[in-house]
Ligand binder design. Structure first.
Ligand SMILES: Cc1cc2nc3c(=O)[nH]c(=O)nc-3n(C[C@H](O)[C@H](O)[C@H](O)COP(=O)(O)OP(=O)(O)OC[C@H]3O[C@@H](n4cnc5c(N)ncnc54)[C@H](O)[C@@H]3O)c2cc1C
Length: 358
């Protein structure tokens, strides 16, 4: 029997950041994950964008989450001696004169704090970029090489023995007030479910209002397109190397295919042709399922009736920005100090749990 303090189920960005924070605090942690190639985290473009959507709205808690995440990922870069996070300006292009006018009108109220570096009302003249209506230059955003970071952490976990490349079977978990035992092999003080969208099938947490949606991204070669910034207009175009870009993302609600589709590829290619007239070649395509939540807020904290069990996830399309701060918040709570913020706490949904389930 292996004894540990915390058993983390899932090593996507949610579970990996939580396990890292707990280990940094000196806790014994075990992580289970079979290593799924198309997990949302492995597919994600890794963008951290402070101003999103057609309404140019400031992302929820951006002023807290973005700097926290950037510092967190920089610390991991130091640890592994490898680059993961690239801070990049983001040019959010206006799609029309109406959109430009709406944003200019709102700008008088300064709704974006420090995140908008400037607004331009004519074509910014970037190599290969169609921007006839101008756009908003955003700062303090960037992109994370999520897959590379998770691979580095997993390699450490395999080497040091805290990561098991197995699917966790919840029917083999026995819980008590003092802790939990898994398959007669591992004893833990507390178990945390970080299964991403797969949590909809979890016997303890399946009642949570997760609304998984599928997304696809393309890898694209486009020789002369500007790489000095992320571009955003209907799609985001993230530079990942000289002449290389990741273009995303689609949204599909159930029923959906979990593998890449021709429709997804065509949709993204069409959106890219609005941003640039340059020829491009699609070199790769990936699909994954986002763990979205009905009210678009994460889900964090203890199970309502099983004291040795918690949940960490529901990050929707913003896992990169959310994961470091929320992992730290949950770790604080697990360490006996700090409260789970009410707007992310599972408790807001306790009434959804049927009396018949665990
Ligand atoms: C196409 C696409 C593009 C995206 N782009 C961005 C982006 O640019 N920026 C951004 O911030 N977010 C983006 N996202 C969203 C982001 O990917 C998610 O918010 C985030 O990855 C969710 O992380 P997670 O750890 O909760 O889930 P996941 O990444 O799905 O990880 C869950 C892990 O749990 C494991 N698991 C599940 N069940 C078990 C079990 N029983 N036993 C053991 N292990 C188990 C799985 O194998 C998996 O590794 C994108 C998503 C998609 C699909």
């Amino acid at each position: 029997m292996t004894d540990c303090d915390f058993l983390v189920v899932g090593h996507g960005i949610a579970g990996a950041t939580l396990a890292y924070v707990l280990r940094q605090r000196g806790h014994q942690v075990m992580v289970y994950d079979p290593g799924q190639e198309n997990s949302a985290s492995n597919v994600a473009a890794g963008l951290m964008n402070p101003v999103a959507g057609k309404r140019f709205a400031l992302t929820w808690r951006a002023a807290d989450l973005l700097p926290f995440a950037a510092t967190f990922y920089r610390e991991l870069e130091q640890r592994f001696g490898q680059p993961f996070f690239t801070e990049t300006p983001i040019l959010k292009l206006f799609g029309s004169l109406e959109e430009q006018n709406a944003v200019l009108t709102r700008s008088a109220d300064q709704p974006w704090g420090d995140f908008v570096a400037g607004l331009v009302t004519s074509d910014p003249g970037l190599p290969g970029v169609n921007g006839p209506f101008g756009g908003a230059w955003l700062r303090h955003g960037g992109h994370l090489a999520v897959r590379t970071l998770l691979a580095a952490l997993a390699a450490e976990g395999t080497r040091d023995g805290w990561l098991r490349r197995e699917t966790f079977d919840w029917t083999r978990l026995a819980t008590s007030a003092a802790g939990a035992t898994y398959a007669g092999r591992v004893r833990a003080r507390h178990v945390i479910c970080c299964e991403g969208a797969a949590a909809v099938r979890n016997p303890y947490f399946g009642w949570l209002p997760l609304t998984p949606n599928q997304g696809e991204v393309l890898d694209v070669d486009c020789a002369d397109l500007s790489t000095a910034q992320v571009l955003n207009r209907g799609a985001y175009v993230v530079p990942v190397g000289p002449g290389k870009f990741r273009v995303g993302a689609t949204y599909r609600w159930p029923p959906f295919s979990e593998v890449p589709t021709a429709v997804g590829r065509e949709e993204l290619a069409a959106r890219l042709t609005i941003i640039t007239d340059l020829p491009f070649t699609v070199t790769g395509q990936r699909a994954g399922v986002r763990p979205a939540v009905r009210d678009r807020r994460p889900l964090l904290g203890p199970h309502p009736t099983v004291p040795s069990l918690s949940f960490c996830g529901g990050y929707g399309s913003k896992g990169v920005m959310l994961a470091p701060r929320l992992a730290t918040l949950l770790a604080d709570w697990l360490d006996g100090h700090g409260e789970i913020w009410p707007d992310v706490s599972l408790q807001r949904y306790n009434t959804l749990r049927p009396a018949s389930v665990i």
